[in-house]
Design a protein around this ligand. Structure first.
Ligand code: NAG
Length: 344
């Protein structure tokens, strides 16, 4: 009898402990004092995955947690391309560059985002490439730069963005804000959850850094209405590309203007990380950026770093072309107006 009472008491103590241990594998409960229902935010990842194992902890600490601590319920979505082979990247080993196979990026993304309760899909990149072949050749007929790998990768990325947006849109949830981010970003700041939850309608929050010729397209916070049109921007690409060379940043700025969206500054720095975990050389200088230096950081922040990194090959070529055009007095700055590209 006495032992039965002891057992009963033990169970009383042990049950909540067992329950607590189990809870650690679930997202933590919202903190006290949250409104009910909680505001909801969609956090969307898209494109190719090569580096998520290096960035996922930062996503949890710098994006997911601040939103959660501000009472938001965060729904994570992804769309990721499956590539034919395990992708390879180069890594420095003993002073030499060598190729390293790092496995199936799509499978890795599914696995690493599972603890977030993420919903998403993986699709074959080759199938998209095949469906896009006709479009690709009409782009290439406009400008031979469209036949190159940068443009092809941009189109794949924009299509993946369109598809991930279809997922949150189909959910029927009325999100306060939608965050779109590349999966290879190492965040240097915590997201300002108050700013995210208060984003006015028809507004995007865009990083103040690396806007180059337009707006930074690596991480965006959008109001629900802006999020739908921004993610579908590949639909405006043919008309835009027919009028002026399509670059990721100037194209985003064009789309934002075409839809009459407002742009606010997002004080969230993030560096692109390669498959081997190294930060992209062009992004190292973001360490020295702050909103007070947005004048410099809007373009090339390497002016701030003590040891400027060498230009990447494509950037060196582009710089040479821009310099040549500038000398000839033909470099046009800014973005064409919507009506000149035939978009209402
Ligand atoms: C090709 O372009 C057409 C016209 O812009 C578009 O409707 C279609 O979705 C594009 N196809 C693909 C696979 O992107």
């Amino acid at each position: 009898m006495r032992s039965a009472v002891v057992l009963f008491l033990l169970l009383l103590v042990a049950a909540p402990l067992l329950w607590l241990t189990k809870q650690q594998h679930e997202p933590p409960a919202p903190r006290d004092g949250c409104p009910s229902p909680r505001p909801r935010v969609a956090l969307c990842f898209y494109g190719l995955n090569r580096a998520l194992r290096h960035t996922v902890h930062g996503i949890a600490d710098k994006i997911w947690k601040p939103l959660h601590d501000a009472c938001a319920a965060v729904d994570v979505y992804y769309h990721v391309w499956e590539t034919e082979t395990a992708f390879v990247d180069t890594a420095a080993r003993g002073g030499e560059r060598m190729e390293v196979a790092v496995g199936d990026g799509a499978a890795e993304m599914v696995k690493l985002l599972r603890p977030f309760g993420a919903r998403g899909m993986t699709e074959k990149q080759a199938a998209f490439d095949a469906a896009f072949a006709l479009n690709a050749s009409s782009y290439a007929a406009l400008d031979r730069r469209y036949a190159g790998p940068n443009f092809r990768n941009l189109m794949r990325q924009l299509e993946s963005l369109r598809r991930v947006a279809a997922l949150w849109r189909r959910s029927g949830v009325s999100y306060e804000a939608v965050v779109y981010a590349r999966p290879d970003l190492k965040f240097l700041d915590a997201i300002d959850a108050g700013q995210v939850l208060a984003v006015p309608s028809k507004t995007i929050l865009d990083p103040y850094w690396h806007r180059w010729s337009g707006l930074n397209d690596r991480v965006l916070v959008c109001s629900r209405d802006a999020a739908a049109v921004v993610a579908a921007r590949i639909e405006l690409a043919p008309a835009y590309a027919a009028r002026t060379f399509l670059r990721a940043e100037s194209f985003l700025q064009f789309v934002v203007r075409a839809h009459g969206l407002r742009v606010g500054d997002l004080a969230l720095r993030a560096q692109r990380v390669r498959a081997d975990g190294a930060v992209a050389s062009n992004d190292l200088c973001l360490e020295y950026c702050s909103p007070a230096r947005r004048d410099v950081c809007r373009g090339d922040c390497r002016r701030l770093s003590p040891e400027p990194a060498p230009l990447a090959a494509w950037a060196a070529k582009q710089k040479a072309r821009d310099d040549a055009k500038r000398r000839a007095g033909t470099l046009r700055h800014g973005v064409p107006r919507a009506d000149r590209v035939g978009i209402q």
